[in-house]
Write a protein that binds this ligand. Structure first.
Ligand SMILES: Cc1cc2nc3c(=O)[nH]c(=O)nc-3n(C[C@H](O)[C@H](O)[C@H](O)COP(=O)(O)O)c2cc1C
Length: 205
C-alpha cells in the first residue's frame, strides 16, 4: 500500500502509523535545572546520537506545552547551557513513564517518580542515580523545524557530550560495554516499547 503523509485516515489507519514505522527509537531521559534550581526530568524518544567526534546528541521537543512557550527541558537546556541524558532501562520503565506527566512547576518529576538523583561531574543538572548510563551534555544549538500547524512546534535541541557515566558491571574484562546487561528500552509506535536483550555482530565488507 501507499498513502500520502497526513492521509492515514483515508488509507484506513485509525492511528497515524509513522512512529510505529520509525522504530525502535532510543529514549533520551533528559535532566535539566529550572530557573529556581529544581530538577526537571522528562523522556524524549525523538532522540539520538548524530556525531561521534565530538559526540553529539539531540532531542526534539514537539507539540505545544499547555502553558505555552516551549517544553521545560528545552527552555532549561537553552537557559543553563547544560543537560544530562540518562539511559531508560527495563528496571526504570515505570519511573521513566511517570516523568512524562505534565506536572505543575512546583512539583519535581524525580520526586513524583520516587527517583533519587546523583551529582554530575562536569555540569550542574544531576543524573538519575539508578540509571546505568548518563551523558553529561553542553548545549550547542536549537533548530526550529517547520510544523505547518498552529498547534505544533517542532524543535531539535543539540548538545555535545562532555562526560560519560557507565556502571562498572556493564564493562567486560576486554573493556567492551555489554549494553544488554542494562536492558535499554526503546520506543515503538502507539503505546508500545521494545527492550534490548540480544545483539548480533557483523563485520563490514
Ligand atoms: C517514552 C516517551 C517518549 C516521549 N518522547 C517525546 C519526544 O520525543 N518529544 C516530545 O516533545 N515529547 C515526548 N514525550 C512527552 C514528554 O515527555 C512530555 O511532554 C513531558 O511533559 C515534557 O517534559 P518537559 O516539559 O519537562 O520537557 C515522550 C513521552 C514518553 C513517555
Amino acid at each position: 500500500m501507499f498513502y500520502k503523509a497526513g492521509q492515514h485516515k483515508e488509507a484506513g489507519f485509525s492511528h497515524d502509523p509513522f512512529k510505529a514505522l520509525v522504530a525502535p527509537r532510543p529514549i533520551g531521559w533528559i535532566s535539566t535545572l529550572n530557573s529556581s534550581g529544581g530538577v526537571n526530568l522528562a523522556p524524549y524518544s525523538f532522540f539520538n546520537a548524530v556525531a561521534s567526534s565530538p559526540p553529539i546528541v539531540f532531542f526534539a521537543p514537539n507539540g505545544k506545552p499547555r502553558q505555552g512557550g516551549v517544553k521545560d527541558s528545552q527552555a532549561n537546556a537553552e537557559r543553563t547551557g547544560e543537560f544530562v541524558v540518562n539511559l531508560a532501562t527495563w528496571d526504570l520503565r515505570e519511573e521513566m513513564n511517570q516523568t512524562s506527566a505534565a506536572l505543575p512547576s512546583s512539583e519535581a518529576e524525580p520526586e513524583h517518580a520516587g527517583l533519587e538523583m546523583s551529582p554530575s561531574n562536569l555540569v550542574e543538572p544531576p543524573r538519575v542515580k539508578r540509571s546505568p548510563v548518563s551523558l553529561e551534555c553542553r548545549y550547542l544549538q536549537t533548530l526550529e523545524l517547520p510544523s505547518g500547524s498552529e498547534v505544533t512546534d517542532n524543535f531539535v535541541v543539540f548538545g555535545e557530550v562532555v562526560g560519560l557515566h557507565i556502571a562498572d558491571d556493564l564493562v567486560d574484562s576486554k573493556g567492551m560495554v555489554d549494553i544488554t546487561k542494562a536492558k535499554p528500552i526503546a520506543r515503538l509506535g502507539y503505546m508500545d516499547y521494545a527492550v534490548i536483550e540480544a545483539v548480533f555482530s557483523m563485520q563490514r565488507p
